[in-house]
Design a protein around this ligand. Structure first.
Ligand code: NAP
Length: 285
């Protein structure tokens, strides 16, 4: 049962293999979503400062009936924060907003501020500054693990060449039809766990008839195929839903995709148009 399985980060911290994404779940609704998820067996919740729902996530975690130490909570340092001083304040801000004594994983949301995402400036110095603040909070026990998100190879090298604590996680866009193989391999070679965000391409994957045909062959839904696909690549999928039925379905992935079908799914034509989400820079590259 996938909900009981964990990956182990290089520092020994165990991280549940399936996480619940909470982007676009508002701060009120997310309280119930976290409680429902915990009731179904989820132990890993993914939020961000930018989602505006950290306090609801914290409330849900505290009220869900599962011991705090059994829940794994991730949040993200806002993409715009690229100075040490602001990062220190912002990490403490997340702890306060979540209402938790510690955060299981905190990651830099993006190497570039969102408004500059498609520009060339890499913000190397700003990321080293933000990273230094995360390292200190990690060493102080406020954060159990630290990582990055949307980091390409050069962004990672910038941190790896200067850090005292290596990132444990890189959270990137990865799903059937959009699998950045080289970047995944580079992270995994460095011992960095890759988390797959938007495992359904923000829902666009459900429109692909070739993917639906493969799912039908295995007698599963496209959502189950998409999650299983990530797991077979040693990625940690973060499907978003506030619907308890979808939460249950997404956790029923006890089947194996053949190597041949994995190859086919890796090479399905990439989604170019993420619909209304194309306006967000991570989908607009
Ligand atoms: N680090 C980053 O920059 C970044 C960027 C994007 C996302 N993320 C993280 O990754 C998470 C997931 O990505 P995402 O929110 O973009 O989208 P996603 O998980 O790829 O897709 C979400 C969509 O799938 C639907 N869905 C979920 N389970 C379903 C099921 N079993 N059957 C049918 N539809 C289903 C949801 O609808 P319902 O709600 O109706 O179920 C929603 O419309 C985010 O919530 C966030 O935590 C991180």
């Amino acid at each position: 049962m996938i909900l009981e399985e964990t990956y182990t980060l290089y520092n020994g911290v165990k991280i549940p293999k399936l996480g619940l994404g909470t982007w676009f779940i508002n701060n009120n609704d997310v309280v119930q979503a976290v409680k429902d998820a915990a009731g179904i067996g989820y132990r890993h919740i993914d939020t961000a400062q930018a989602y505006g729902n950290e306090s609801g996530v914290g409330e849900g975690v505290k009220a869900c009936g599962v011991k705090r130490e059994e829940m794994f909570v991730t949040t993200k340092l806002a993409a715009e924060i690229k100075s040490y001083k602001e990062a220190v304040a912002s990490i403490d801000g997340s702890l306060k907003t979540l209402g938790l004594d510690y955060i299981d994983l905190m990651i830099i949301h993006s190497p570039k501020p969102w408004a500059k995402f498609l520009e060339d400036e890499p913000y190397f110095e700003g990321n080293r500054e933000a990273w230094r603040a995360l390292e200190e909070a990690y060493k102080a026990g406020k954060l159990r693990s630290i990582g990055v998100s949307n980091f390409q190879k050069a962004d990672l090298d910038n941190i790896l060449n200067s850090c005292s604590v290596k990132p444990m996680v890189n959270q990137i866009l990865a799903h059937i039809s959009n699998t950045p193989k080289e970047l995944i391999r580079y992270n995994q070679e460095k011992g960095i766990l890759v988390e797959a965000y938007s495992p359904f391409g923000h829902g666009e994957l459900f429109k692909n008839s070739e993917v639906a045909a493969i799912a039908e062959k295995y007698g599963v839904s496209v959502s189950q195929l998409a999650i299983r696909y990530c797991l077979q690549l040693d990625l940690l999928p973060l499907p978003k839903t506030a619907n308890p039925q979808h939460m249950k379905t997404n956790a029923e992935v006890d089947f194996v995709i053949s190597e041949e079908d994995m190859e086919f799914l890796k090479n399905v034509q990439q989604i170019e148009d993420y619909g209304e989400h194309s306006k967000f820079p991570v989908y607009g590259k």
